[in-house]
Design a protein around this ligand. Structure first.
Ligand code: SAM
Length: 291
């Protein structure tokens, strides 16, 4: 078993728990379904356990690793014209630039793969989730709790803005659960590999993904309050006659104003955002114009 360069000590601040179970690694690589035309962006390659299994089977792979010691050994083992190692914090790179560097362009989105450091997994998912134009899918390993939030059914405490956004912008699939014993050093939590196949939700959410993401986050601002009160608070910051408008928007989107945000499925949020963004003359919630 190799774990980085000689004398290497895994660093907690970078979430360095290396997957060492060969069966799990092979299963993850097979589930990724690498194909010769794929351009892959790998985040956090570590000692290259997944890189080794994927790089020979795809057109190109760009791996971003923050740890200089690991980046140096990865370079020695892998770097060719097709496989490149970029040293740095993935969050410090501008997403479009990084995706373009990985080979994304109009009509050929890249694929993202990563056993993500637990502390930045949701940030990475949210950052790339809305880029279906440049990203085909993300197959990522996350803490089990994060996978459960993403896949949560309505009416549960796990259902929240992460659930709504992931399911508005992707088809999400569980791939495999992993126990702490499959890693060195052992993490304190269980992990799960999931695949997010990105798509355009269409409508207002598709036209303005960043605005939709902000809106969904705000709707969950006070989970214990009704959807009506949460929406009125969101609208109040826009200076509207908040309660009345919130009530008619919810009616137009067929959402129970007395329910809680976690009772509304992603399609409900998409309908509501479409009503909110429709021009005044087309708003179903607006009063009929005088004749
Ligand atoms: N892919 C390897 C595996 O499956 O065994 C390593 C996974 S380990 C959980 C996470 C890796 O991400 C580590 O190699 C760590 O150094 C790297 N990493 C942590 N934070 C990072 C960041 N902000 N940008 C890029 N890589 C990061």
């Amino acid at each position: 078993m190799r774990l980085g360069p000689a004398g290497f000590k895994p660093k907690r601040r970078w979430g360095q728990n290396f997957l060492i179970d060969p069966g799990a690694l092979s299963a993850i690589a097979a589930a990724f379904r690498p194909s010769p035309g794929d351009h892959v962006l790998e985040i956090g390659p570590g000692d290259g356990a997944l890189t080794r299994r994927i790089a020979p089977r795809v057109e190109s792979l760009l791996a971003v690793e923050v740890d200089p010691e690991l980046a140096a050994t990865l370079r020695e083992e892998f770097e060719t014209a097709r496989v490149r190692i970029l040293e740095g914090d993935v969050l410090s790179f501008e997403p479009e630039r990084l995706l373009a560097d990985a080979g994304a362009g109009p009509g050929h989105p890249v694929r993202i793969l990563g056993n993500l450091p637990y502390n930045i997994a949701t940030v990475i998912i949210l950052r790339y989730l809305t880029r279906h134009d440049l990203v085909r899918d993300l197959m990522v390993m996350v803490q089990r709790e994060v996978a459960e939030r993403i896949l949560a059914p309505t009416h549960t405490k796990e259902f929240g803005s992460l659930t709504v956004l992931c399911r508005s912008f992707a088809k999400v699939e569980r791939i495999r659960r992993l126990r702490p014993g499959s890693f060195r050093p052992r993490p304190r939590v269980e992990s799960e590999v999931i695949r997010l196949a990105l798509h355009d939700p269409g409508g207002a959410a598709g036209a303005d993904p960043d605005g939709y993401a902000r809106f969904v986050h705000e709707c969950f601002g006070q989970r214990r309050k009704t959807f009506l009160n949460n929406l009125a608070r969101v609208l109040a910051s826009e200076g509207d006659d908040a309660h009345e408008r919130a009530r008619s928007l919810l009616a137009a989107a067929a959402i129970d104003p007395g329910g809680r945000p976690e009772e509304v499925p992603p399609e409900g949020f998409e309908r509501l955002y479409a009503r909110l963004k429709s021009p005044p003359e087309k708003r179903i919630d607006s009063p009929p114009s005088p004749v």
